[in-house]
Design a protein around this ligand. Sequence first.
Ligand code: SAH
Ligand code: SF4
Length: 380
Amino acid sequence: MQAPVNLLGLDLDGLAAWCAGLGEKPFRARQLARWIHQRGEADFARMSDLAAAWRERLPALASVAAPPLLTERVADDGCIKWLFDVGGGNAVETVFIPEDDRGTLCISSQAGCAVGCSFCATGRQGFSRNLDTAEIIGQLWFAERRLRGLLGLAEGERAISNVVMMGMGEPLQNYGALLPALRLMLDDHAYGLSRRRVTVSTSGVVPMIDRLRTDCPVALAVSLHAPDDALRDRLVPLNRKYPLHELLAACRRYLDASPRDFIMLEYCLLHDVNDTPAHAAELLRLVRGGSGRPGLRCKINLIPFNPFAGSGYERSPPERVQAFAQQLRDAGIVTTVRRTRGDDIAAACGQLAGAVRDRTQVHRRLPPAPAHAAPAAGSR
Ligand code: SAH
Ligand code: SF4
């Protein structure tokens, strides 16, 4: 007998194909998706409007299983960080960031990362493996379900209004698993998020930026971090393969079909490395075009560096951050400075090293999370 299929790993087309393979009609896929993703149900016996015979068949054929939870930590500012076990001694992190007008979930796409950016804890850790679709969407499925209980939300209310693929890993180096997960996020039978509320952040995998534009044009964030190739080669080694002029051209192509969109450029400020007035001026030259080059429709998000042990970098002082931001704003570029969130639980960007040994640092826990996998025999 075949191992049960983890249905979290199938988007609506995948579910329909799976149902068809079992001789079931396509509407069964929509029914299942609504139970699983809209209502957070994992127990087929409770899916009350499924035909009884089909409901009884399902447990032998399928499961609905997020990766096992290792820890849950709540920061003083309300951010919540979950650490999930993805096997082989690897763990990945998911962070919920509540704000007045939104709830954002930051999702991981890989255990570790192969890009190896020098200022990123995940990059320093190296690459372990790609997450599969069930492990990617499982983070959203779990978080929505858990938050519903924690926040006491009514049936149909959602805690998560935005998703950012800004956790561990380079999402565009795991494209095959990412795409069905994105489709589920957008699908009205699943999470129903608008494409502007789902952001893929990339260090610049140019061919995959083009693929994403065709397949699923969600909001795009590009981790720039340097205004010239020599510096970017050092900070983001992928730049040696896809240098800045190619990356910016891919960004412009991404925006071609959607005149209301913009690219969010992320720029992590490292003291005396990339944060001087000369760097800001160079950055302006890069995004505004000039001398025959077209400009780029963008906003810039400055991220104060989040330190980690042995990084060798320092966070830019606040005056430097403000001066850098002002220089960009004075030139008419919409610029935000990312507020550091979840500081006390190391949940901020680039601190998501995700080693299982993190468990020893737990200093604050909530009551145990509810069982989130049923039946236990997952097929991840
Ligand atoms: N791999 C993707 C998405 C995950 S990282 C990417 O690089 O875009 C999310 C953001 O956090 C990226 O812009 C990344 O460069 C930034 N980041 C990584 N390490 C950081 C650190 N130590 N401090 C601040 N930002 C960091
Ligand atoms: Fe990977 Fe992004 Fe970290 Fe670079 S910043 S190492 S691409 S996770």
